[in-house]
Design a protein. Structure first.
Length: 576
């Protein structure tokens, strides 16, 4: 289908000869534009999450200029619009609190402006799902331009990955194995350039997943942020956005159940972040497609980790790129992919990866030589039991094998500040058998479901050489982290989930192979505890947080807002 210029959305603003059309053209020329530069052309919105508080996105101001080049080249009119940055490092308590805010903003920016199509500039953790949730709901032609991973870090001859090694070195500092001066020196050595984390954290997990779903130029997610190929890719995104407008190729035309099948296969082969489980459910919901944790776990049980990347492996994103990147990985799992699924490039995924080569089989493994064999662990296991009736998840490929079946006494904390006060106490009653628990870290309780789930190892145990424990949380964990961490417990404690009934000293039983997480407490005792007075934190009464707490769904449902989820018909604005 080819659209005529007269059929474009933007022409409702610019084409009429009445006073409103005059005002729109007049005010555009106020900015120094010639009438001929914007009249009768597709208007391409460049939604830019650049911010000086988001180091992962610090190069996106320049990339917006590259996108504009491509739009001009293709005969469109580019307009750059700022969007909430949701940079993970600086935003507290968590950017997850604002993912839905960004989705709302994108939806309303696109709806209220004369935009025919858009290029979405993002990369850091929640920016990818937030931008795409809004774009899917608005359903105008949209292409995602990923920020790209930062360059490889090194410290004193050792390759360092953002997040993963930060945690490793911090534990070394706590044990006295490195000095305060070493710790300070690390600050300026580990993160060498603009771009997202160079490990298979949430950022690269999500950009790679949406790449496999067909929402980017295929393979774009693997290009390092500061590689000269990155601005060239951005320019191509601008060019392609114009073509998509004429083709009337919208996100919900691209997305299908097969797209999400491809997303899941890619997610598992990457050894991706547990955070993707929440975001994929939310994205599917916006596209009107059902997706469950059970379906994710079923794919994870069949697709081993093939990408040799921290935290499951030992390489970094630059290594992955030079080994052939995402296209090479997709080629290795093509028998498990729906190759007929559409992409924003106007071709099928199979056509997009045809001829892809792998240049390093140790970095991107074959199915018969995985980084982590399936019998040892996979990217996602769904756990259920009386502690998590609606589900919890664990990334067993990044857990300690000896803890995958474990029973031990719970040590329960209701708030991270209380945990941090106690965690270095040499007299803390804790052993390697202890199950460390932090609750009230979920969507409502925290609020926003922060990445608190990789709970610190008590210093008493660190000094004994203990590097892992079974840990349970109704919050999330950074995709750069590792360990035996049970996450996303649903329902969360703050809404009355069974985790709120757990007491210090109760026995907790984890059995990953059986998919179970239980507390060995009788039903009668649990009923008695339910009758005890609760001492929950009061809900927020004002601000966006109040809206969030009252309308957010639980982790197993994607943490979307009840009034935004699903396919909705958005009314076009009246133009008077």
């Amino acid at each position: 289908m080819t659209r005529k210029v007269s059929e474009l959305r933007s022409q409702r603003w610019f084409a009429s000869s009445d006073i409103r059309g005059f005002a729109h053209r007049q005010r555009t020329q106020q900015m120094g534009m010639r009438r001929e530069e914007f009249m009768g052309k597709p208007v391409i919105g460049i939604l830019n999450t650049w911010s000086e508080m988001s180091p992962c996105h610090s190069h996106l101001r320049d990339r917006a200029e590259a996108v504009k080049r491509g739009v001009w080249q293709a005969g469109g009119y580019p307009v750059e619009l700022p969007a909430l940055s949701v940079g993970e490092v600086m935003v507290k308590p968590t950017t997850m609190l604002y993912r839905n805010f960004l989705a709302m903003e994108v939806e309303e920016i696109l709806r209220s402006h004369p935009i025919d199509g858009c290029v979405l500039l993002g990369g850091c953790d929640k920016s990818t799902p937030g931008l795409l949730m809004g774009a899917i709901s608005m359903n105008v032609p949209a292409i995602y331009c990923p920020a790209g991973p930062m360059s490889t870090g090194r410290w004193r001859g050792t390759v360092t990955g953002a997040g993963t090694h930060t945690k490793t070195y911090f534990d070394q500092l706590r044990r006295g194995e490195i000095t305060e001066d070493d710790w300070i020196d690390l600050e300026s050595r580990m993160t060498r350039s603009a771009g997202t984390c160079n490990t298979m954290g949430t950022a690269s997990t999500m950009t790679s997943i949406v790449d496999a779903m067909g929402l980017t130029l295929t393979g774009a997610s693997s290009i390092p942020a500061v590689d000269s190929g990155h601005p060239r890719m951005a320019s191509l995104c601008g060019e392609r956005a114009v073509a998509m407008v004429y083709e009337d190729l919208n996100p919900r035309d691209v997305l299908s159940a097969d797209s999400f099948k491809n997303a899941l296969v890619t997610y598992m082969a990457l050894g991706g972040s547990t955070n993707a489980a929440i975001h994929l459910i939310a994205l599917a919901g916006r596209a009107g497609i059902s997706l469950t944790l059970e379906e994710m776990a079923a794919v994870a049980a069949k697709i081993p980790v093939l990408a040799n990347l921290f935290p499951s492996g030992n390489g970094l994103m630059e290594d992955f790129y030079f080994a052939g990147g995402l296209k090479a990985l997709l080629a290795k799992v093509k028998d498990h992919l729906a190759l007929d699924a559409r992409t924003v490039e106007g071709c099928s995924l199979g056509e997009a990866i045809a001829g892809a080569e792998c240049f390093d089989d140790t970095m991107i493994r074959n199915l018969d030589n995985p980084v982590v064999p399936l019998e040892r662990g996979c990217s996602l296991v769904l756990l259920k039991g009386n502690l998590a009736p609606n589900g919890a998840i664990i990334k067993s490929s990044a857990a300690s094998p000896k803890f995958l079946k474990h029973e031990g006494p719970a040590l329960v904390f209701d708030h991270p500040s209380a945990m941090m006060k106690a965690i270095d106490d040499p007299d803390l009653d804790v052993s390697e058998d202890t199950v460390l628990v932090l609750r009230n870290a979920g969507p409502v309780g925290a609020p926003g479901m922060p990445e608190w789930g990789n709970l610190p190892i008590p210093k008493k145990l660190l000094m004994q050489g203990v590097k892992d424990l079974v840990r349970i949380c109704d919050g999330r964990m950074s995709g750069t982290h590792y360990g035996t961490c049970v996450l996303h417990v649903a329902p969360e404690a703050a809404v009355g989930g069974p985790l709120s009934l757990l007491r210090t000293g109760d026995t907790v039983a984890l059995d990953v192979s059986a998919g179970r997480i239980d507390m060995k407490v009788s039903a009668e005792e649990l009923d008695r505890r339910r009758g005890e007075p609760r001492h929950d934190k009061p809900l927020f009464e004002t601000s966006f947080t109040a809206l969030y707490q009252r309308h957010v769904s639980q982790a197993d449902q994607g943490c979307d807002f009840d009034f935004l989820a699903g396919v909705r018909d958005l009314p076009e604005p009246e133009i008077f």
